[in-house]
Design a protein around this ligand. Structure first.
Ligand SMILES: O=P(O)(O)O[C@H]1O[C@H](CO)[C@@H](O)[C@H]1O
Ligand SMILES: O=c1cc[nH]c(=O)[nH]1
Length: 289
């Protein structure tokens, strides 16, 4: 079946609508980051850069780190952007743009998110790293797809029960990251955990400046949640959707987080750029090994 022009949208130069890149611009290994400004801080480690493209919040550089071809791309903030970025990344790989048909053989991307995060646990301090074993989606995106079969339903149901999660909010969903990537990226300096993905940075993460929130104790309840010795380690805004979209589309994804805030102690890193740079170095070495 051919995909209509209103669904698979291509720019006049043959690039895909929002990302503005063509199939040949994409490497099989993709690093995704929220901040477009983080892209050059990663590609500066490449020994060769083949392409640099920019459209909206999507900044893409493809090149080589050692002998590995890697694309580094910013997604902007939030799971609504992940819906766009991951659908288009997959289309670049698995849809023939000339015929507008899904390719007969599907191929898989290896995807690492390098992001910033807020820890919920006192023993995961600022300037440390968290690898997300699971994404806990508080954002609702994956309910718009046929995705029940990829959910770790028991964890989500128990989360709802223990925290008294309001039925006015999206029902939480849990998706596991790629096990082989997690194993490769783990080391004694990395904490492993359940990463909660929120639909915002302030109220949805329990931050209060001028606006009140319905349950000021919710962060404490989330931090106290436990399921088979797994706890919610950190808050950010993309991982659950990255895991959900990747699993549905057949890609392998892992989210690596640099802790810049600790919500339990109220601390913020004195040098957030440094912890992100350290995580970038760590991930590039792991990818090339
Ligand atoms: O540093 P990035 O990758 O943007 O990630 C985190 O930082 C942003 C909020 O400040 C959100 O996107 C959150 O997920
Ligand atoms: O607290 C934090 C820090 C970074 N990103 C988030 O989403 N939350």
């Amino acid at each position: 079946m051919t995909i209509l022009a209103s669904e698979l949208i291509l720019n006049p130069d043959g690039s895909i609508y929002h990302l503005g890149i063509k199939p040949e611009d994409l490497a099989d290994t993709v690093i995704v980051v929220g901040d477009p400004g983080r892209v050059p801080t990663i590609s500066r480690h490449f020994n060769k850069i083949e392409i640099k493209k920019n459209k909206r919040e999507f900044c893409t550089h493809t090149g080589f780190y050692k002998s590995k071809r890697i694309t580094v791309m910013s997604t902007g903030m939030g799971t609504d952007n992940i819906d766009i970025a991951f659908t288009e990344l997959d289309a670049l790989k698995n849809i023939n743009f000339s015929t507008r048909r899904i390719k007969e053989e599907q191929s898989s991307l290896e995807i690492i998110r390098i992001g910033t995060t807020g820890s919920l646990q006192k023993n995961i301090p600022v300037d440390s790293f968290v690898a997300s074993e699971y994404g806990l989606g508080l954002d609702g995106l994956m309910h718009f797809y046929n995705s029940e079969h990829i959910f770790e339903k028991e964890i989500a149901d128990e989360f709802v029960r223990q925290t008294g999660w309001s039925t006015k909010k999206a029902y939480p969903y849990v998706v596991k990251g790629d096990g082989s990537l997690l194993e490769k990226f783990m080391s004694p300096e990395v904490n492993k955990g359940l990463t909660a993905t929120n639909c915002g940075f302030y109220g949805p993460q329990g931050r209060v400046l001028r606006l009140g929130i319905p349950d000021p104790d919710m962060n404490d309840k989330i931090a106290a949640f436990s399921f088979q010795n797994k706890v919610v380690t950190n808050f950010e805004m993309e991982t659950s959707a990255i895991y959900g979209m990747s699993k549905l589309l057949g890609h392998r994804a892992l989210s690596m987080n640099a802790v810049i805030a600790n919500r339990a102690t109220g601390n913020f890193s004195s040098d957030p750029k440094k912890v992100v740079a350290n995580l970038v170095n760590y991930c590039l070495e792991k990818l090339a090994s």
